[in-house]
Design a protein around this ligand. Structure first.
Ligand code: BYC
Length: 329
């Protein structure tokens, strides 16, 4: 099993024989499907990997509010506005569960968040693309939340207890988000020719970034092999990308929309869709901060942090006042 894992990624994974007794016992616990809890012994590299992934995940949820938040004031009806507000609020909740999960690993929420604000931390590439029309809100729910569910359902079985438990609720909410996005696409696809064109244009712009969102191809994925050995990840990036494509193509057919990939074709032998090449240069450009909206997203989060200073100060002053009163009593 380990030889196979070593080949999956570009970083080597230790075999059980190469581990010291403590690390070996840890790995055997993981292999037996026993959850690791915050107070358990863990290798420093396992802790760091989780801090990296969970904090990036939290930042993605938090920055992910911005593209959709952009359309709350312009939703086409009161019903759509109420649904969108609830969805965006859910994303803030997801960020909070995840920041709480990461705090169990000995870092602070403020610390990881300040790394995001300083541009030192990653968040999902997908949120650096603009939402140009109302159809983009449908496409985000359908494709982005759809990708997120495919990625996150296996994380419910992740070896680290707090992350796995946070994901259970997140997945339930994401499932509702995906359906609301598909419902918007369905309304547009069955609407006027202009509305259908808008839905198609949105699918054209969001399809490829939604595939890239699953992370680099397996041979470029430096972390996969080790994360799979630790059961933080259960599947490689390419496996999840393929699963997303296979489940989404029939949904596009039902909408009467075309996937913008001339090479997309059902492969009888593989039992999967074949698809065209992903523009990895664009992906890495976005990850490095050069995407269409990277600067705007970070500026928005920094502005919110600065504008919220009065609230944080008032909260702390209130707590301090009550502590002083408790002491005096
Ligand atoms: N964007 O070795 P790899 C949502 C980085 S929120 C940016 O394969 P790994 C939603 C990766 O970090 C959904 N960077 O990494 C919210 C690594 O760099 P570092 C967010 C990316 O960790 C609001 C390098 O590339 N979901 O759905 O094994 C509204 C090499 O990659 C990306 C999660 O965060 C990317 N797309 O696998 C609507 C899920 N992909 O860190 C919706 C949890 C890769 O070594 N995360 N990189 O400097 C994961 O499952 C994994 O971290 C990934 C990457 C599959 C994303």
């Amino acid at each position: 099993m380990y030889a196979q894992l070593v080949e999956t990624g570009t970083r080597a994974v230790k075999s059980l024989d190469e581990m010291d007794p403590q690390e070996r016992a840890f790995q055997e616990r993981i292999n037996a499907g026993i959850k690791i809890e915050p107070k358990d012994w863990m290798p420093e590299a396992y802790r760091k990997t989780l801090v990296r992934q969970i904090s990036q995940h939290a930042h993605s949820e938090y920055v992910g509010m911005l593209p959709e938040g952009n359309w709350i004031s312009r939703a086409p009806s009161l019903k759509r506005k109420a649904i969108l507000m609830a969805k965006v609020q859910d994303e803030a909740g997801h960020a909070l569960y995840l920041y709480s999960a990461v705090e169990t690993l000995g870092v602070t929420r403020d610390g990881v968040y300040r790394d995001l604000l300083a541009g030192k931390a990653k968040y999902s590439s997908i949120f650096n693309y603009p939402t140009l029309t109302w159809a983009d809100i449908g496409a985000i729910g359908w494709l982005v939340d759809g990708s997120a569910i495919v990625n996150q359902i296996p994380i419910c079985r992740c070896s680290f207890g707090p992350y796995a438990r946070a994901m259970v609720r997140v997945c339930k909410e994401e499932s509702f988000h995906q359906r609301q996005g598909y419902d918007i696409m369905l309304a547009l696809a069955r609407g006027t020719p202009e509305q259908k064109r808008m839905a198609q244009d949105s699918l054209n712009r969001w399809w490829w970034p939604s595939l890239a969102m699953h992370g680099p191809a397996d041979e470029q994925s430096v972390n996969s092999a080790q994360s799979m050995a630790w059961k933080i990840k259960q599947h490689t990036n390419d496996e999840l990308r393929q699963k997303f494509i296979d489940q989404t193509v029939p949904q596009a057919e039902f909408l009467g929309l075309s996937i913008p990939d001339p090479l997309l074709k059902w492969n009888e032998v593989r039992g999967h869709y074949d698809f065209g090449p992903i523009d990895w240069e664009d992906f890495f450009r976005v990850v490095k901060g050069q995407g269409p909206c990277n600067r705007e997203r970070l500026a928005a989060r920094n502005r919110a942090w600065e504008e919220g200073a009065w609230f944080r100060d008032a909260l702390i002053a209130h707590v301090d006042k009550h502590r002083a009163q408790d002491k005096a009593a």
